[in-house]
Design a protein around this ligand. Structure first.
Ligand code: ADP
Ligand code: MG
Length: 444
């Protein structure tokens, strides 16, 4: 495997303990030179880096290899060649983890393309709309508003449109930005008295990819500016693609006039991937990384990793890859089980009704006696309904059995509760998050 994927993964964990600035200055320029038997060799650009890293970061680096990548080894640092060129510069085969790339004006990451994106029933609606826009059919879905949970491929999909458009129509002006960059640039422009320049930049494009619009929420001035940008682009028949982790209606503290514009075109959702889709994504990504990955291992991971987040799924794959090259062992289910032990659902763990009720009580911070009582305030009835749903889903208890656990409620009450949570689970990201968090608590 390409070892830069491994180093990226290590950095991800180091960032939790070391400041971003230190990581940027001292750690990003390093790379994994070799993984061999019981030794990991890191390469530093020169002896100052080597010394500095040895003095300050070595124990933490070792710890990450051991605890997060399941690779227990000695780590040494040598002075090697400068860090390999990044993918954009060299156009080499991309690694497992997508590397943030230098800015080239449009801010697109060239690894986010359709060719390495897996389409399936969870994202097909958004996917086909993106394909249509990529054909250059602007204004058909304008704006195209894509929403879905974290790590489900929104950024990848929207950037794939940008990359495809540039491939087909190299003269078009494409701009990818996040709420954050938009806001920061605006603040700078105000400070430097360069608002004209800012407005020119954002209004003089053919396709804008505006990522994570929910972060504009509560920011009045940025929202105002975005509203004006939106209108200018729309009036000039330019294409607008927006992503968010919520539907327009669910975004708090945002003006209705902007939200209503989001519904002028098409609103498309991305749902969490099914086991089959996860398997396909793992296989495709492994191929991309040059890691031989038997189908049954991909399926095993898809079925047993406790996550719906594709970013985490890929993180697990990088971990497996590191483990495999380090131990010089082929990828098998057994190896995956060892490498990913901490992240797997413990199927043999027996979950009882007490476990479920405890987990729900502690998630919502409510008392068991309240759940059993007649209280019907939302703060009690919601946890109660979630508990009923989980008891049915996980343990297959009868409606009567579930009812009897909550102060003898009758079966129709339980049925209503279970159906209501099941319906919300399909539609509301918030409810999905509640359920998956409790499940994680139960099974890991
Ligand atoms: P989001 O923006 O929704 O949080 P990202 O687009 O950043 O998610 O995706 C997270 C990671 O998962 C990225 O590395 C992306 O390439 C990968 N990914 C997401 N969805 C897919 C998919 N359907 N096929 C292949 N890779 C995917
Ligand atoms: Mg994103």
């Amino acid at each position: 495997m390409d070892e830069s994927g491994i180093w990226e993964e290590v950095l991800k964990y180091l960032r939790k303990e070391i400041s971003e600035q230190e990581v940027k200055v001292w750690l990003e320029p390093m790379s994994v030179a070799e993984l061999r038997g019981d030794l990991i060799t890191l390469s530093a650009p020169n002896k100052f880096y080597k010394k500095w890293a040895e003095d300050r970061y070595l124990p933490q680096i070792k710890k990450v290899f051991k605890e997060n990548l399941a690779v227990e080894a000695d780590v040494s640092i040598t002075v090697g060649a400068e860090k390999r060129q990044t993918q954009t510069e060299s156009n080499s085969v991309p690694s497992g983890t997508v590397v943030q790339q230098p800015k080239n004006g449009n801010n697109l990451n060239r690894e986010y393309i359709f060719e390495n994106f897996v389409a399936g029933s969870s994202n097909e609606f958004a996917y086909s709309a993106c394909q249509a826009v990529s054909e250059g059919q602007f204004m058909q879905y304008n704006p195209l508003f894509i929403y879905g949970g974290v790590g489900l491929g929104k950024t990848h999909m929207m950037q794939a449109v940008g990359n495809r458009i540039l491939e087909k129509f190299p003269k078009m002006k494409v701009l990818y930005c996040t709420s954050e960059t938009f806001t920061n640039e605006m603040i700078n422009a105000i400070r430097m008295k360069k608002m004209d320049e800012f407005q020119n930049k954002y209004r003089n494009i053919d396709l804008i990819l505006f990522d994570d619009v929910q972060f504009l929420s509560g920011k009045q001035r940025s929202t105002e500016e975005f509203f004006n940008t939106f209108n200018a682009l729309y009036d000039n028949q330019k294409q607008i693609i927006i992503t968010s982790d919520k539907t327009p209606a669910e975004i708090p503290e945002m003006e209705d006039r902007l939200k209503s514009r989001f519904s002028w075109g098409l609103i498309a959702d991305i749902q969490p991937p099914s086991v089959e889709e996860k398997t396909a994504i793992l296989i495709k990504r492994a191929e991309f990384m040059g890691l031989p990955m038997p189908q049954e291992v991909a399926f095993f991971m898809a079925e047993n990793l406790v996550t719906e987040n594709i970013r985490e799924l890929i993180g697990a794959l990088v971990r497996l890859s590191a483990f495999s090259s380090f131990h010089k062992r082929k990828v098998t289910i057994d190896l995956a089980r060892q490498a990913l032990e901490k992240f797997l659902v413990k199927k043999d763990r027996v979950v009882t009704s007490e476990n479920i009720i405890d987990a729900v009580c502690s998630y919502f911070n409510v008392k068991l006696t309240d759940m059993k009582s007649k209280k019907r305030t939302k703060s009690i009835s919601m946890p109660r309904q979630v508990a009923m749903y989980l008891l049915r889903e996980k343990l297959n208890l009868s409606l009567q059995e579930v009812g009897s656990m909550f102060g003898g409620r009758d079966h129709s009450t339980v049925l209503h509760a279970v159906n209501s949570v099941a319906d919300k689970y399909k539609e509301s990201r918030e409810v999905q998050l509640i359920i998956t968090t409790i499940e994680r608590e139960l099974y890991s």
